[in-house]
Design a protein around this ligand. Sequence first.
Ligand SMILES: Nc1ncnc2c1ncn2[C@@H]1O[C@H](COP(=O)(O)OP(=O)(O)OP(=O)(O)O)[C@@H](O)[C@H]1O
Ligand SMILES: [Mg+2]
Length: 373
Amino acid sequence: MARVLLEDVTKVFDGGVTAVSRLSLDVADHEFMVIVGPSGCGKTTTLRVIAGLERPTAGNIYIGDTLVNDLPARRRDVAMVFQNYALYPHMTVYQNLAFALTMRRLSAAEINKRIGRVAGLLAIEQLLARKPQALSGGQRQRVALGRAIVRSPKVFLFDEPLSNLDAALRISTRAEIKALHHRLQTACIYVTHDQAEAMTLGDQICVMVDGAAQQTGEPLGVYERPINRFVAGFLGTPAMNFFTGRLDFQNDAVSFVIGNDTITLGRRLKTLTAAYRNREMVLGIRPENLSLSLPSKQSGGSISAVVSVVEPLGNRTDVHLRTGAGDRFIVSIDPHIDVKPGDGAKIRIDPEKVHIFEPGPGGKNVTLPDTAD
Ligand SMILES: Nc1ncnc2c1ncn2[C@@H]1O[C@H](COP(=O)(O)OP(=O)(O)OP(=O)(O)O)[C@@H](O)[C@H]1O
Ligand SMILES: [Mg+2]
């Protein structure tokens, strides 16, 4: 196993597309790093640069203590698992697993021993004689994982390995990958556009937008303290709600004015937002930090809205609403509360859970203690 270090890595393709822009990443030798971001943000390119399948335009890549910029892919000792499995169709599962080891001229006995161990680990012993077309999608992905593991590489690279699987299989295979990493303790870099995969798998996650890392850290820390609106809106389902409004400072109190509604904010936010006095800003709040009541029951401190869609999910119900000003948002509520489209509602905001962002799609979060200055 080995640490992976990226220093200011940039990849510009012929034709001028900047796929990766000054990406720095430090993955400890036993760590599971997840790079998460929307389609086209540069995830696959990042992995291909680490694997040696693309040359970086600028920056350095280290695996262990070795600068690998000029090292060919086959000498980097990394194994990549792809979304489409990339198994050899004319070979049996056993031959697929053995292929890289044969190339390395390991003895037949050693190959047999390693395949036996990995097949046991992944519960694919009974599939070894079959060819890929006789396997289900989930079984093929296990073989693809096995083919990576059997090489005992220094680093695993995963490119959306679960996205061809159905929802249930995706969740069970996700748990298996996590358990495998726990046993193997090898550095993993895993890319996905699925924020739930990122949150559940990563020791660290790196949120990437337009080729650039926005924020890197432990999943819960990034979820709770997103540095900008990109990150805040990307992690969590349903996504964080955003309201445009104005920070209003009067006497000793600060509040946020959304149309005709005024939300009183706490003392903590008052200090942090003082520099943005009376400015247009964006309030962010997660669906689980809102509560819903009928219009008659609440007076100040809440938002008036009309229910547009009700989605019962069993363990909770997601209610879509619209404010008078046209802002759309979602509240997650107890599934036994009776609401229907067209109902008027008052939404209470937990003022302790509010984030305030500068305007714009990537607006900075001004309510984090270390970025408020
Ligand atoms: N060989 C190439 N030549 C030119 N542009 C490329 C090449 N490969 C990728 N790109 C561009 O680089 C950007 C990043 O692509 P990349 O495949 O890394 O994104 P991604 O995050 O993996 O997306 P997805 O989630 O859809 O797989 C995109 O704008 C893409 O069109
Ligand atoms: Mg990709």
